[in-house]
Design a protein around this ligand. Structure first.
Ligand code: SF4
Length: 367
């Protein structure tokens, strides 16, 4: 198999055609990587476009009017995505998350959800199907998504203060419309609903306690995410990170909190519940408390590249195999081979040496 350089539009990120050697299995028969981690979660980016320009993800300085987004022809079709998803599920994937860019900008995404929703794991359990969105179109889409088989959503909301939020999404989008999206999702039963807040020191860290206070008792779970050095364009500095321990400390000053055990091995968020029983929060601490040892996530880009880490610099092209009529067995073997060789642990080795790496953009791979 020769390395393949994909056409100009995609020259930002190099890609290889996947190898086809022997598969690696853990004692439970499931695929495991070189560090014994199973392949449990698949995040599928269905578009690299977004209608927001969040400064920590898609800064306007880079993603401006002249930015070349991927041509539609280079995107995987829904049939190609669901075929790949089916092969990943056969390898042990139990949870599929649809991401972007903003996934709800992908036309007729309900059709893809209808294809994925009936999928079952090798043990017959329904595959968990969720989606991360900025909620901008949720008010008019929530019912369709639910009817198509989506189980729940995660909504990104970085502040309650309208001025702060409008500055962070950098397209002047109001908080009220995101809250309306959350209500719409809740009304149609897309639950449990999680809310992701990326915390940046000096930008929105004064919103930590107001966010906790606002959603306390609502049944929704706010997850406070440490600002990460994803991609190569968000100007990340360690000084801008508010460690999760500080987030918990601030909230605990007002509301007593208790630590809660993870729902499952590899859960990203560390859970804390309100001692008065009115719900819980989560913190995601890729910088201060790396969780690579239990990372079970693979990411598929909208044009069919597989990445085995959020901070990867290179992916593996599965679009060519799909379009060159590789058999299911061949593609399945390639998935297994790639995962079997996986060593990723970026957050554990993050340092000045890794700072210069040309990492994939979060808006391209969907967080
Ligand atoms: S840095 Fe990479 S390997 Fe570590 S938890 Fe994140 S995605 Fe997983």
């Amino acid at each position: 198999m020769t390395d393949r350089i994909i056409p100009i539009a995609d020259a930002r990120y190099s890609a290889r055609t996947p190898p086809v050697p022997e598969l690696a299995h853990a004692s439970n028969g499931l695929l495991s990587d070189a560090r014994g981690r199973p392949l449990r979660d698949l995040r599928i980016s269905v578009t690299d476009r977004c209608n927001f320009r969040c400064t920590y993800c898609m800064p306007k300085s880079v993603f401006d009017k002249s930015y070349q987004f991927l041509p539609h022809a280079s995107l995987l079709s829904f049939e190609e995505i669901s075929r790949l998803a089916r092969l990943f599920v056969a390898h042990g994937v139990e949870k599929i998350r649809l991401t972007g860019g903003e996934p709800l900008l992908r036309k007729n995404i309900e059709r893809l959800i209808e294809m994925l929703a009936p999928m079952r794991t090798p043990t017959g359990a329904p595959v968990e199907l969720t989606l991360t969105t900025n909620a901008s179109v949720l008010p008019r889409k929530a019912r369709q998504l639910r009817d198509a088989g989506l189980q729940r959503v995660t909504v990104s909301l970085d502040a309650l203060n309208d001025k702060v939020f409008r500055a962070m999404n950098d397209v002047d989008f109001p908080v009220a419309d995101v809250l309306a999206g959350i209500e719409a999702a809740d009304r149609v039963g897309l639950r449990p609903l999680k809310i992701n807040m990326v915390v940046k020191k000096g930008v929105n860290d004064d919103q930590i306690v107001p966010m906790a206070r606002h959603f306390k008792g609502s049944g929704h779970i706010v997850r406070f995410i440490e600002f990460m050095d994803v991609g190569a364009s968000n100007g990340w500095r360690l000084d801008d990170v508010v460690p999760s321990a500080e987030v918990v400390r601030r909230i605990a000053e007002e509301f007593a909190l208790e630590p809660v055990a993870a729902n499952y091995e590899g859960e990203v968020a560390e859970r804390w519940r309100y001692a008065d029983g009115s719900g819980e929060i989560g913190v995601i601490s890729s910088v201060s408390q790396p969780f690579c040892p239990s990372c079970t996530r693979a990411r598929l880009s909208t044009e069919g590249r597989l990445y085995t880490c959020l901070f990867a610099t290179e992916g593996h092209d599965f679009r060519a195999p799909l379009r060159e009529n590789w058999s299911d067995d061949q593609i399945s073997a390639a998935i297994g081979a790639l995962w079997g060789q996986r060593q990723d642990r970026y957050s554990e080795i993050r340092s000045s040496e890794t700072a210069g790496l040309r990492k994939i953009e979060m808006s391209y791979i969907g967080g």
